[in-house]
Design a protein. Structure first.
Length: 336
């Protein structure tokens, strides 16, 4: 299994790859990981990780393997197949072109062509529909041992955002929406967890809009801290501008009892399901309108929360791993 970025790097893509690897090992399969992410050996990881291996190591691993599973198409990890072919499965975690690009670059074109020659797994229907190659859908899992409802924690906070503070994540859209809610007579609390290069700009925006008494910057938090924070909030907002392949963060919010409001980018609406609402990406007025209705009518939030158990079941690690194994077994037996 290859992943350009992998544990101990932190991110949705990295977490999903780690979950699937652990699930496969727990079922008796032998897994070896290839990545370019630096890191020391971790005795708690039940598989070998090869970091930035040379061509000799890559060819040895390919000869050892029965199936080559690649998380996203990577040219740096694809060419060794020219010397040692193995049945290949591509897991597509996102889109190979930005929604803001007008020219489909040669790199993206080749990656799309590659999907015609391997077996494809996509993390959402939106991603699958963007590819020329036939692809099955295995929606992303969330860590159900880390994110769960803690009944003892009262939901006394209103809005929550977690992620890198960059323009693509749309936190500025959320800040504008909070200002609109304030102008309509509401005073919702907002917690922003995470950091990023545009944090100073966002902090200035909060001050310019006179929202400093409503917005709290929590900085980077651990998973345990994030679980507690989510449990204390009523609504998670995911205002991303870029097309999300899926959006595991939405599942984490749902698992902690939050209603999730996200943009209509990519597969994010599939991650939210019936557990929240979507708004047009970048439209702070539409976002403010949805949040207003949820805040002034608490019973409306209950309608979304009651769908959580069924929605989350389909995204438990064991269930998603079943889908992966269905595909991998088909490849092994030559039926895919």
């Amino acid at each position: 299994m290859t992943a350009n970025s992998f544990y101990p790097a932190v991110g949705g893509y990295e977490r999903v790859a780690l979950i699937i690897a652990n699930q496969l090992v727990s079922r008796g399969h032998s897994i070896k990981i290839v990545t370019f992410t630096p890191g020391a050996a971790d005795p708690e990881v039940p598989f070998q990780v090869y970091r930035n291996p040379g061509i000799g190591t890559m060819l040895t691993l390919l000869r050892w393997s029965e199936i080559y599973l690649q998380n996203n198409v990577s040219f740096r990890l694809l060419w060794p197949l020219l010397f040692c072919w193995r049945p290949t499965v591509f897991v597509h975690h996102g889109f190979y072109i930005s929604s803001r690009e007008t020219i489909f670059s040669w790199r993206y074109r080749i990656k799309h062509v590659v999907t015609l020659f391997g077996v494809n797994i996509s993390v959402s229907r939106a991603v699958a529909e963007s590819l020329p190659g036939r692809s099955c859908v295995a929606a992303n899992p969330y860590r159900d041992d880390v994110f769960f409802r803690i009944p003892a924690i009262e939901k006394d906070r209103d809005l929550f955002f977690v992620g890198r503070i960059v323009s693509d994540k749309g936190v500025d859209v959320l800040i504008d929406a909070v200002a609109k809610l304030r102008d309509r007579g509401l005073r919702p609390s907002l917690t922003v967890a995470g950091s990023g290069p545009e944090e100073p700009t966002i902090r200035r925006k909060v001050c310019e809009l006179c929202l400093a008494n409503l917005v709290t910057f929590a900085g980077c938090v651990t998973d345990a801290e994030l679980n507690k924070m989510l449990n204390a909030h009523k609504i998670m907002v995911v205002p991303t501008r870029e097309g999300e392949g899926f959006g595991v963060v939405a599942l984490e919010g749902i698992a902690c009892g939050c209603v999730v409001v996200g943009s209509d980018c990519g597969g994010l609406s599939e991650a939210i399901g019936q557990c929240g609402s979507v708004f047009p990406s970048g439209d702070s007025s539409a976002l403010a309108e949805i949040l207003y209705k949820l805040l002034v009518n608490p019973s409306s939030r209950g309608e979304f929360v009651r769908h959580a158990k069924e929605h989350l079941h389909a995204h438990r690690p064991s269930i998603v791993a079943d889908r992966y194994l269905e595909v991998l077994t088909g490849v092994s037996e030559g039926t895919h």
